[in-house]
Design a protein around this ligand. Structure first.
Ligand code: B12
Ligand code: SF4
Length: 439
């Protein structure tokens, strides 16, 4: 008999959360390797197409499939009491999950997705409920929080943790052998309008604030055939918007990204039914301006990219050099001009700029914001989240207890460093600057 596996994407406890193309992609990838070898059921607390969401007001998607989550105010944890913002639980109500567990169980295993390190309270809630209603299910955690804070995650009471990218121990634990050619298990959703793809793993840079190099190692492309098969599955399910989760999407583009886009165009892969429209592609995880050639910009626009997020962080050369030199000012300016001449709308091009990083002063950030605005594109303040094990995260131990993941919270850290008033002033300035951007 095939094992019965429950997949759970937990609710989020945070000051803010927004569905910026969020999907439990690591868990769906692992489930995909077991396609046909296990019986799967999904409970995604963040699924905005769940029937409960249709009854709520103000949660409609924007034109690219993003939108607000259902949320309720909850007491703030003591650790975050100094932060003058409301704390909320985002996602479907807990009772819906409990009824689901009673109705659909028993399960042999429960996979639980973990994402931001400071979102572990949602994971804790899910473990509690599974233990109470389905005590015989073996609970398995995987994802970013487990990889970055394994010592902390061990205390949540799961049965098994996937602590790295090597999945061999997991296959042994499950007693099932995987099929690595299989794409992610998207068909486990009843209804889907947004999907995710990842064409590669790792990154060739070594930015001092980022955990990717230490977790994923050197850059490696994923097999093209598998990525194309996954895109076709997404299209057959009626997905209209697809976000790329790659960390270095454009690195060595001629080996992976360009062949992928050329195939998409050659095979004319579109949504199903085909008369609806073309799929819209997005890069919320940012790509590197350095690698945008004119030809690549044109190919991206032709293949269906609609929103373009560029990782910029700071216009200060000194800051760029001491954090890893991933991109310089003239490279951003050149990328923007290439994207615009390829047909991208300036209002759909956004540069991320880091706020609350321990080596960025407010004056320097203001200069960065004005530089980005001078290019005619939007800026977005990316609140700094200190990550344990990275040089910059370790440096932050002088301000916060890095062994408590709640203190990695991206809303909290900039406020602790710069003050609430200063953070608000900078965010207001960003709004004003963006209001001048055309399109
Ligand atoms: C995509 C992404 C996003 C997306 C959203 C993702 C989401 N679903 O929530 C967007 C762009 C919105 C985003 C935003 C941010 N992000 Co981000 N993001 C990522 C990224 C690239 C992938 C995360 C992911 O989905 N991984 C899952 C998939 C892609 O992983 P996989 O390799 O296929 O997984 C394998 C194994 O890990 C394992 N596995 C993974 N999951 C599971 C689950 C189970 C059950 C099992 C069994 C196995 C398993 O199996 C897989 C197969 O080998 C990571 C970096 C990275 N490469 O991991 C950063 C990362 C998670 N983000 C990070 C940061 C800093 C942020 C921001 C704070 C940036 C900012 N300042 O705005 C914001 C925070 C958003 C918020 N609301 O708080 C940090 C982590 C911070 C932290 N403290 O946890 C990371 C690690 C990047 C970094 N700089 O180091 N992010
Ligand atoms: S380029 Fe991006 S993914 Fe790579 S190390 Fe720097 S921040 Fe991380």
């Amino acid at each position: 008999m095939m094992p019965k596996i429950l997949l759970v994407n937990p609710p989020i406890y945070d000051f803010a959360a927004y569905d910026f193309w969020l999907k439990p992609y690591g868990m769906l990838t692992v489930a995909g390797y077991l396609r046909g070898k296990a019986d799967f059921m999904l409970f995604d607390y963040l699924d905005r197409l769940h029937p409960f969401m249709a009854e709520q007001k103000g949660l409609e998607s924007d034109r690219w499939g993003r939108g607000r989550f259902y949320g309720k105010r909850v007491p703030k944890p003591k650790t975050l009491s100094a932060i003058p913002r409301y704390y909320r639980r985002f996602g479907l109500p807990r009772d819906i999950f409990k009824s689901f567990l009673k109705r659909e169980g028993p399960f042999d295993f429960a996979f639980v997705q973990t994402t931001m390190t400071y979102w572990y309270e949602g994971v804790q809630e899910v473990i509690e409920d599974i233990r109470r209603v389905r005590p015989q299910a073996k609970i398995i955690l995987g994802g970013n929080y487990v990889m970055l804070c394994s010592g902390h995650a061990e205390k949540l009471g799961a049965d098994f943790l996937v602590e790295g990218t090597n999945l061999e121990p997991l296959w042994k634990y499950l007693g099932v052998s995987p099929d690595p050619k299989q794409p992610a298990l998207w068909e486990v959703y009843n209804k889907l309008s947004v999907g995710v793809l990842k064409l590669s793993d790792g990154c060739p840079f070594n930015c001092t604030y980022c955990s990717v190099p230490q977790v994923y190692g050197r850059f490696k492309s994923r097999p093209l055939e598998r990525s194309l098969a996954e895109l076709k599955i997404l299209c057959s399910l009626g997905v209209e918007n697809i976000a790329f989760y790659d960390d270095a999407l454009l690195f060595e583009a001629e080996k992976c990204f360009m062949p992928f886009l050329n195939e998409v165009l050659r095979q004319n892969i579109k949504v199903n039914p085909p008369h609806i429209r073309r799929i819209n592609l997005h890069t919320p995880n940012a790509f590197n301006a350095r690698f945008i050639t004119q030809g690549l910009a044109e190919l991206m626009v032709r293949a269906g990219f609609k929103t373009f997020y560029l990782g910029f962080e700071s216009a200060s050369l000194q800051w760029q050099q001491c954090t890893g030199s991933k991109v310089l000012c003239d490279e951003l300016a050149q990328a923007v001009s290439r994207l615009i001449s390829a047909g991208a709308e300036p209002g759909n091009i956004t540069a991320y700029q880091i706020i609350g990083h321990p080596h960025t002063g407010a004056g320097e950030l203001e200069a960065t914001m004005r530089f980005v605005n001078s290019l005619g594109i939007r800026g977005m303040l990316a609140d700094f989240s200190p990550i344990p094990g990275t040089p910059d995260g370790e440096y932050c131990r002088r301000w916060v207890n890095m062994d408590e993941p709640l203190l990695h919270n991206k809303t909290a850290f900039p406020i602790l460093l710069l003050g609430f008033g200063e953070v608000n002033r900078l965010k207001e300035l960003q709004r004003q600057l963006n209001s001048t951007v055309v399109g």
